[in-house]
Each structure stands twice: as C-alpha cells, then as structure tokens.
Design a protein around this ligand. Structure first.
Ligand code: CA2
Length: 176
C-alpha cells in the first residue's frame, strides 16, 4: 500500500522539466564588493546572484545559488543537488580550488556537468593559485573576467541544456 508520506517522498525524486542550474560560491565570496576590488571587482554576491536568477527566469530555467564558508556544507549541497536532479552546476570553489580533494570528490561522484568560474585570473597571481583540483573534471573554466564570467558560464549551461533530448543525452551537431 502506498501511504501519503511515501508517495510524497517519491514525487521529490522525479526530475523537473524545467532545467535546474545550481550556482555554488565558496568561502569568503560573501565579502564581495566590500574589499579587494582590484582582484574581485565591485559587484556584491547579491548583485551577481540576482542577475543569474533573472537570466534563468527569462530562459525558463530554475537557477539556485548557494554560498558557504565551510567545506562540509558545500559538499552536502552538492549531494542534495544530485538528489534533486540538478542538471548543471556553476562553481567558484574560491580558496578550496587549490586545496579541496573532498569537494572535488563530491562533484566527481555526482557526475553533474559543471563549469568552474574565478573572478580573478588565477594564472596571473601567486603560483599556489595556478593549480585547481577541479579544472580537469570541469566542462570548462572561466577565469579573470570578473562577475561576467558567471554570466558566460550560465549562457553555456542554458545552451547545453537546450540541446538535450527528452532522455537527457545531447543532440549531435549536423555536419555542413
Ligand atoms: O578569483 C576567484 O574567484 C577566486 O576563486 C577567489 C578566491 C581565491 O582564493 C581564488 O584563488 C580565486 C578568494 C575569494 C575571496 O573573496 C573575497 C572577496 C572580497 C574580499 C575578500 C575576499
């Protein structure tokens, strides 16, 4: 017999027809707009998130944003994204870019395609920022274009998701 409770729980796992994009921001990015504008620009995290959610609405996609200063909370959010059938992730792992095998493992385990974004050009900065634990798993990396980098990543995600067939695989491009 199906109880009310179990049918509600089952409904939660049904993939949504609306493409779902999760934007993840790592530690200290809540400070954007207040300090270090030379590296990170003047936009606040709220400015960035509002623009991304608005663009998603226009395109008929659901864009959710999440910032946390703790590694475990970011990992839990990635696990949640898998349970919610999120289609695409845009992630700025911030300082964890250069340190976190655990965050890398979470993204690898969920197998949700993702673009890695950095506001600053990590290759033009200190040598310890030149290595990322994420780039080889990412569909692509945007680094050094400021807040615009997130918008470009979202445009890519929307295009990528539009090209999906109803079964989730990608349409192949026609040769000319
Ligand atoms: O350029 C990026 O987006 C980074 O991911 C930002 C990280 C840094 O550790 C990476 O190497 C590159 C740092 C985020 C700190 O954000 C702040 C924002 C305002 C004030 C202070 C820190």
């Amino acid at each position: 017999m199906t109880t009310k409770r179990s049918s509600r729980a089952a409904a939660k796992t049904v993939p949504s027809l609306r493409p779902q994009v999760l934007v993840l921001h790592g530690p200290n990015l809540n400070m954007l707009g207040s300090r270090e504008p030379k590296h990170y620009g003047l936009a606040t995290l709220d400015d960035i998130n509002r623009a991304l959610v608005g663009r998603g609405e226009t395109a008929g996609a659901q864009v959710e944003t999440f910032q946390h200063n703790h590694e475990g909370a970011l990992i839990d959010r990635i696990h949640q994204a898998a349970r919610d059938h999120v289609d695409f992730i845009i992630v700025n792992p911030a300082g964890y870019t250069h340190t976190s095998v655990a965050l890398r493992d979470a993204l690898a385990a969920t197998a949700i395609p993702f673009v890695e974004v950095h506001l600053s050009n990590i290759y033009a900065r200190e040598p310890f920022r030149h290595h990322s634990y994420f780039s080889d798993l990412a569909v692509g990396v945007v680094s050094g274009l400021g807040a615009h980098g997130y918008e470009l990543a979202l445009e890519y995600a929307l295009r990528h998701l539009q090209n999906r067939t109803p079964h989730g695989s990608q349409k192949t491009e026609k040769a000319h």
